[in-house]
Design a protein around this ligand. Structure first.
Ligand code: DON
Length: 579
């Protein structure tokens, strides 16, 4: 059947069923949280309370983001961190925006082949476990720069809640303990990590038990009193360098002394009249989200319908083309000339659409560039304040509990971000990404990321704040939440909870969350040539805010709550809090 005819059928079907959402009573998801003055959405309820507390005592969204960043390092230790790095996208009340890159850098002694054996093959686990996997952390420098440049409150004020939770402890709930249990074997291998995150009998903590982290409290107090120097020039850096030297790592004091945050221009694009502001390289996130949206703009997604075979088809093809670009062309902007303007060009998106067969799946191998040889381990939070300043932060240790190591006396878990580099062209990393030379390891270089803290605006006003963990899937998780709101009319909670699909060029598979597609849709897609991977686990933990109503329909009608927050139903410990 020609595509146009199928679109017409889809259109008439959507008219028939348009009545269902209008009744508005039964939703597949709980109602979003409401707020008139501010909203904080994080993956751990105590951190959300910390953020709301900051807004209520006069801090702005950046202050709240800084306090939440430190709090998550204590109450969400599998991903919240001061031993890792991340990105902050800020859209100010006047419509200007900026981006802080406080992601890890490769140590000065890093080499392109540092994870390969003498025969040129990757050494299993070398980029994931232990000190050799650790990139120079950026979180402390990033949070402090955000506060100094754009915050209003003192460092001591913003760090106090985190220090309190580290020193006095906090009671673990079901969501908290799940992350410890899953990583117990790994944590047991490092005595300093085991002493913090496992009980004296070696077992993980249970529900209702209290986790106290006195060494981390001492490190946070030192940072609170002395600022970033306490981390990068003082005893903390010394302790990490010492442990690294003793246990097979290459971190040296100059790595810490030379660490610098980069303030960059965010990537921007438009999608059906909405303005997207997201992460530039060294993230691939913003560029690839925009590239996919530019391709999708040419298809009537709302008529094709959420979860239909045709919607999945065009989304997967757009993802396939965009991830080829991600994996072959992008890298740290200080080292690589990123073809950002080409990838963001609407004409380039049209070229991609012209290559998409309306009836057949593409073949990833056919897109191989010339010369080209999951999890809950990151966390995203979204904040908006009474003035309309919007902040999206995604930061990470990479794998759950990072490299699984803590330098004695610091209480600080260290990242394994080095795995995000290309170890060898063609060899997949932790997230199955097959990457090329642009992302090869070099001293002081930042590995390419997928983290996509994003703010969407409409008519010059903030509309949506969104992002997620999920490794290489962060990009499609964030994208799908945006499309679900703008094209499919879902409210912010439904848009985040809706089952996900993912394609990343290689492997050439469409990943589908449990119950993500109906069996007949699966059959249609298989008939078009798709290889479906029906996952038995969900992925991602998006955190989002919609401004002016819980859904686009409510925003357009007027009269909805000013701020509507949603934490992913997949995030067992998170909370959206408004006031
Ligand atoms: O920067 C990146 O793309 C990855 N290090 C993110 C890792 C991640 O999201 C893990 N959590 N699920």
């Amino acid at each position: 059947m020609p595509l146009n005819r199928r679109i017409l059928i889809a259109a008439s079907l959507s008219i028939t069923f348009a009545l269902a959402p209008l009744t508005g009573v039964f939703a597949a998801s709980p109602a979003p949280a409401k707020g008139e003055h501010g909203m904080v959405v994080t993956a751990q309820h105590l951190a959300s309370e910390v953020g709301i507390g900051v807004l209520k005592r006069g801090g702005n969204a950046v202050d709240a983001a800084v306090a939440v960043g430190y709090a998550l390092a204590v109450v969400y230790p599998n991903a919240g961190n001061i031993g890792g790095g991340g990105f902050m996208t800020i859209r100010f009340k006047d419509g200007k925006s900026t981006f802080l890159d406080f992601r890890e850098r490769a140590p000065l002694a890093a080499t392109k082949t540092m994870y390969l054996d003498k025969d040129g093959n990757p050494v299993k686990g070398a980029s994931l476990d232990g000190y050799l996997a650790v990139g120079v952390p950026g979180s402390v420098a990033g949070l402090e720069m955000a506060r100094e440049k754009y915050g209003k409150l003192s460092r001591q004020d913003l760090m106090a809640p985190a220090i309190g939770y580290a020193r006095d402890g906090f009671i673990l709930n079901q969501g908290d303990v799940a992350s410890f249990a899953g990583s117990a074997d790994r944590l047991a291998k490092d005595p300093a990590a085991a002493a913090i995150f496992l009980k004296p009998d070696g077992k993980p903590y249970g529900i209702g038990e209290r986790l106290v982290q006195p060494d981390l409290a001492a490190s946070l107090v030192a940072i609170s009193e002395k600022g970033t120097d306490a981390f990068y020039k003082g005893a903390i850096a010394d302790a990490i360098v010492k442990a690294s030297g003793a246990k097979g790592g290459i971190l040296a004091k100059p790595d810490f002394e030379q660490y610098a945050v980069r303030e960059l221009k965010p990537v921007t694009c438009t999608y059906r009249g909405y303005e997207i502001t997201s992460s530039p390289p060294p993230s691939s996130g913003g560029v690839i989200i925009c590239e996919i949206l530019n391709v999708l703009e040419g298809y009537p997604l709302s008529y094709l319908g959420a979860g239909s075979a045709e919607t999945v088809h065009v989304m997967v093809e757009a993802m396939r083309y965009a991830y080829v670009d991600r994996n072959s062309a992008l890298g740290d902007p200080d080292f690589v000339d990123n073809p950002v303007s080409k990838l963001l060009d609407k004409a380039y998106a049209k070229d991609i659409r012209d290559k998409i067969d309306p009836f057949r799946a593409g073949v990833s191998q056919d897109l191989m560039p010339k010369g080209f040889g999951e999890s809950k381990e990151t966390t995203h939070y979204s904040i908006i304040d009474d003035e309309g300043n919007a902040v999206a932060v995604t930061y990470t240790l990479n794998g759950s509990f990072g490299a699984g190591v803590v330098a004695d006396g610091t209480g600080i878990l260290l990242n394994n971000e080095m795995d995000d580099f290309t170890q060898k062209p063609g060899v997949p990393n932790l997230y199955g990404l097959v990457q090329g030379e642009a992302n090869a390891i070099q001293p002081k270089k930042t590995p390419l990321s997928s983290m996509s803290p994003t703010v969407v605006a409409k008519d010059g006003k903030p509309f949506m704040v969104i992002g997620s963990p999920g490794g290489s899937r962060i990009i499609t998780i964030t994208l799908e939440a945006i499309v679900n709101v703008i094209d499919h009319g879902m409210n912010i909670q439904e848009a985040i909870d809706a089952p996900r699909i993912h394609h990343q060029w290689l492997p050439d598979k469409v990943y589908v969350e449990p119950f993500g597609l109906s069996p007949d849709t699966e059959k249609l897609l298989a008939g078009m040539g798709y290889h479906l991977d029906l996952a038995d686990q969900t992925w991602g933990q998006a955190a989002g805010i919609l401004v002016g109503g819980k859904s686009l329909a409510e925003v357009e009608k007027g009269g909805g709550a000013r701020y509507n927050g949603a934490i992913d139903s997949r995030a067992a410990s998170g909370e959206a809090l408004g006031y």
